[in-house]
Design a protein around this ligand. Structure first.
Ligand code: ATP
Ligand code: MG
Length: 423
């Protein structure tokens, strides 16, 4: 049997790449509009980077990473997310010394998960990270950026869920209260829950196990452990969001699967994608830069799953088609083939943004017209022996009204310019 792609690793075929380009272009425009600069990072990093940042006792680090030994024995990992590498690079290149950085990235991420709709082993994210700003204005802005993306894409109905994890100390206090509570109900947890109780009790809050979920309403609330400053920060953020007309719901069980968050955590969710409901998730991670060896630097950001965003856009009929050629050049006879190919080059050279497909590989006039039609081109240009002798081209409209006519070679450029200007 011929070799197949690896499970969970997708080919993006020509039928779908126009949608990706549409979303990538929209994202680039939005990031630029808010003054974010792109950073491009390696796909492979030292395994210890992820263990130290994401946290040893997390789903990602425990069971989802693609790790392997390099030929020299060093453990490397295909990045499961973008924040760790971004922080590593910012520290390494001194981007954080007394300056604010507003960065964005895009690219593939890798997690060993059970492949299903909206969940792949190689998937793609956009992300933004803001360094050097401790206040709620930065939290608000990164959320504004995500909302702007929904706006330019025409996407409606995403729900913003919000929570505050408080300071690291407040989280420690809360952790102790949670352990105390769930230990009293240990027999009602599942095995995974009992393990989380020992290793990462906050994760009990987003457990999918029925018995565990039943315990949640009476569990201690994070909000009750919140330190004053975190509360002020959170209130100010909520006010900014409301002021900007962004609706949100407070979700006290939103803790996020990565260890590095403090204070604000949020998730944009949809009910249109089944269990794969998170489209964009993020929060504040003021401790991470220091954890990774940099000077203490406040930071906030998010990551967005591009496959899930595309699935949503498709479900809601918001994806445009790839642009068709303006013109298809039909070439009849050997002399016309030779001359036509060179003429096509001249026209492309002269007319900015012209999409001109020249017929390659010969074929009968009928076959060439069929190809012209299928290409979606606005017009066919026909060059045969007659036209060559007369220094003309036949212009045949392929869509809508309009008569076929002969046009001299000198008139063809203005005509093509007009077509190319139309979109
Ligand atoms: P989930 O709860 O769905 O596993 P997550 O909390 O693990 O998501 P993050 O680590 O916050 O996700 O990643 C940011 C975004 O990347 C998610 O909101 C989601 O849209 C997307 N994402 C995460 N894992 C996958 C995956 N395996 N396949 C496709 N998209 C993913
Ligand atoms: Mg996950």
């Amino acid at each position: 049997m011929s070799i197949q792609s690896i499970r969970g690793f997708n080919d993006l075929l020509p039928a779908v790449t126009p949608s990706w380009q549409q979303v990538e272009a929209a994202a680039r425009d939005v990031f630029a509009a808010y003054g974010y600069s792109e950073i491009r990072l390696p796909i492979v990093e030292a395994t210890s980077l992820f263990a130290r940042s994401i946290g040893e006792v997390t789903d990602i680090v425990e069971k989802e990473m693609y790790s392997f030994d390099d030929r020299n024995g060093e453990s490397l990992t295909l990045r499961p997310e973008g924040t760790a590498g971004c922080v590593r690079a910012a520290i390494q290149h001194g981007l954080l010394h007394n300056q604010v950085q507003k960065l964005w990235y895009a690219g593939p991420m890798f997690r060993y998960e059970r492949p299903q709709k909206g969940r792949y082993r190689q998937f793609h994210q956009f992300g933004v990270e803001v360094f050097g700003l401790p206040g709620p204005d930065a939290d608000a802005e990164v959320i504004f950026v995500s909302r702007a993306l929904w706006r330019v894409l025409g996407l409606q109905g995403l729900k913003l869920e919000l929570n505050s994890l408080g300071s690291l100390e407040a989280r420690q206090r809360y952790r102790a209260a949670l352990v105390e509570y769930f230990s009293r109900h240990e027999q009602e947890l599942d095995d995974d829950g009992r393990r989380r109780l020992k290793t990462n009790p906050l994760r009990l809050l987003d457990s999918k196990h029925e018995g565990t979920r039943r315990l949640l309403p009476d569990a201690p609330k994070l909000a009750d452990s919140l330190d004053d400053e975190s509360r002020r920060h959170f209130d100010a953020l909520c006010e900014l969001l409301s002021g900007a007309g962004i609706e949100f719901v407070l979700n006290p069980y939103l803790v996020r699967g990565l260890d590095y968050y403090n204070r604000t955590v949020f998730e944009w969710t949809t009910d249109q994608l089944g269990a794969q409901s998170a489209v964009c998730s993020g929060g504040r991670y003021d401790g991470l830069v220091e954890t990774l060896g940099g000077k203490p630097t406040p930071a906030v950001g998010w990551g967005l799953g591009i496959e899930r965003l595309l699935a949503l856009l498709e479900l809601n009929g918001l994806l445009g088609a790839a642009p068709a050629p303006h013109a298809y050049l039909v070439l009849a006879g050997e002399a016309a083939e030779r001359r036509g190919l060179l003429l096509a080059e001249q026209w492309r050279d002269k007319v900015p943004r012209l999409r001109l497909q020249a017929n390659l590989g010969g074929g009968s006039i009928k076959a060439q017209f069929r190809r012209a039609d299928r290409s979606g081109a606005e017009i066919a240009l026909v060059l045969g022996e007659d036209e060559l002798a007369a220094g003309e081209v036949t212009v045949k409209p392929l869509r809508g009204e309009g008569e076929q006519r002969r046009v001299s070679l000198t008139e063809i450029e203005p005509l093509l310019e007009q077509l190319a200007r139309q979109d």
